[in-house]
Ligand binder design. Structure first.
Ligand code: SF4
Length: 427
């Protein structure tokens, strides 16, 4: 269940950096009466969980393996290597893991083969629809009972799936429902890919609404955002295996790398590693504050890597890949939405050159009962205007999925979800 943050006992000083431009005159103060206390480790630093707690691993799935490893595994089973290609086609093109659909495989041993290569990974517990059926949130149970979610959204000309990469999250961001629950475990590449395959199966069966008659978008997921549960770069190897499967045209889903957005709260060494991969995914840095004073609190990982280090790594990503970087900025009322912070953000981005970055402010989706709530519309507009005026392309993102708690920072299993999961058998 989502725990409410405990009441803050002290209020940090509101500090405006020297030289920061004057604000708009709109009264903006930090809430004083409610708040939270950051969980700390024994050395007094904000508690962060980088290592996945030890739990039983999910069964190895076709999507966890490279094509060569799939062939090798089949050969070990005494089967010809070309069966790998047949299984890939069934799974990545026809979105099925059902042996009964695979009549091109020999009947004898088919069930065992499919059970071994395509074991069930996600059991659907609940499905919630909103926006007239063109936004769907799935709640999945993993083999060990851990719960994760994904959100499917149809937009004009594209279909986006917001995927989870970890069950829970160890980054402890105080405004985020997922962060309040801690890290349960890393997800496997197979579990990440299965979210897409299951969404594609639903779309193919006509289960996603919102399609207009003149909408010629492909009838499958075209865009992936790693903005569900988890910090993707804290689960680097499995997330990258999943990305390789997504973009593999011959042996995977054949998606465009540009349509895949990998986001992070700022794990700088992993950003550098990502830049060295030869996969031009879109990179998004969830910044949420341009000054360390505030970001140390909002994004505890800032205690390891500061704003300037994260921005330098983001700029280096652009230099290496030529891909424009996105800066995500959840606008939180009276917390980080001050006009001078917009100016400071613009200043820091412009200091690193022009044309390399785009800012996406998004009104925060409040955790119920919390002080972490969305900025007011005039404040949002002023924030966006200042960035645009400073020459930083800035677009206010919509908060699709809000009604079903499916927007970023809201993916967390509720008591009701847990109850539904308890009566859902795995498999
Ligand atoms: S905002 Fe992202 S990184 Fe922070 S706790 Fe939530 S899911 Fe984790």
């Amino acid at each position: 269940m989502t725990e409410q943050p405990p009441v803050r006992t002290t209020t940090p000083r509101q500090v405006r950096p020297a030289g920061a431009p004057a604000d708009t005159g709109i009264r903006q103060v930090r809430p004083k009466t409610e708040g939270w206390q950051q969980a700390k480790d024994e050395t007094g630093r904000p508690l962060l969980q980088f290592a996945s707690p030890k739990r039983g691993k999910p069964p190895v799935h076709l999507a966890d393996l490279t094509h060569d490893e799939r062939v090798a595994k089949l050969k070990e089973l005494g089967l010809p290597g070309f069966r790998a290609k047949q299984l890939e086609k069934h799974y990545f093109t026809h979105y099925t893991s059902d042996a009964a659909d695979m009549t091109d495989l020999p009947a004898s041993g088919r069930e065992e083969l499919v059970a071994g290569m395509l074991p069930p990974l996600l059991t659907e517990v609940r499905r919630l629809e909103t926006d007239r059926g063109d936004t769907i949130k799935f709640l999945w149970k993993l083999h060990d009972g851990a719960l994760v979610e994904s959100v499917l959204m149809r937009y004009p000309g594209r279909i986006t799936l917001c995927v989870s990469s970890q069950a829970g999250c160890g980054m402890n961001c105080p405004f985020c429902a997922t962060g309040q629950a801690g890290l349960t475990r890393n997800m496997s590449a197979g579990e990440i890919i299965e979210q897409i395959v299951r969404a594609n199966a639903l779309i193919a069966a006509g289960g996603l609404g919102g399609k207009k008659r003149d909408d010629h978008s492909l009838d499958r997921v075209s865009n992936i955002v790693f903005m569900g549960m988890g910090e993707p770069l804290a689960n680097y190897a499995r997330v990258m295996q999943a990305v390789r499967v997504m973009v593999d045209k011959e042996h995977g889903l054949g998606m465009s790398a540009r349509g895949i957005t990998v986001s992070t709260v700022g794990l700088v060494p992993a950003i550098k590693k990502l830049a060295d991969e030869d996969i031009p995914v879109t990179f998004a840095l969830s910044l949420h504050a341009p000054d360390d004073h505030l970001r140390d609190e909002l994004i505890p990982v800032n205690s390891r890597w500061k704003v300037d280090e994260a921005l330098d790594a983001a700029r280096a990503y652009f230099d290496k890949t030529g891909r424009r970087v996105s800066i995500e900025y959840a606008l939180i009322k009276d917390m980080n939405d001050h006009a001078w912070r917009a100016d400071l953000l613009a200043e820091k981005l412009n200091a690193r050159g022009r044309g390399w970055v785009h800012v996406n402010p998004i009104p925060l989706n409040p955790t119920p009962g919390s002080i972490w709530t969305a900025s007011e519309v005039p404040v949002q507009n002023e924030f966006v205007r200042r960035l645009n005026d400073a020459g930083i392309p800035t677009t206010l993102r919509d908060t699709r999925g809000k009604e079903i708690d499916g927007a970023c920072g809201q993916l967390v299993a509720t008591e009701e979800d847990e109850a539904a999961a308890a009566v859902t058998p795995v498999g």
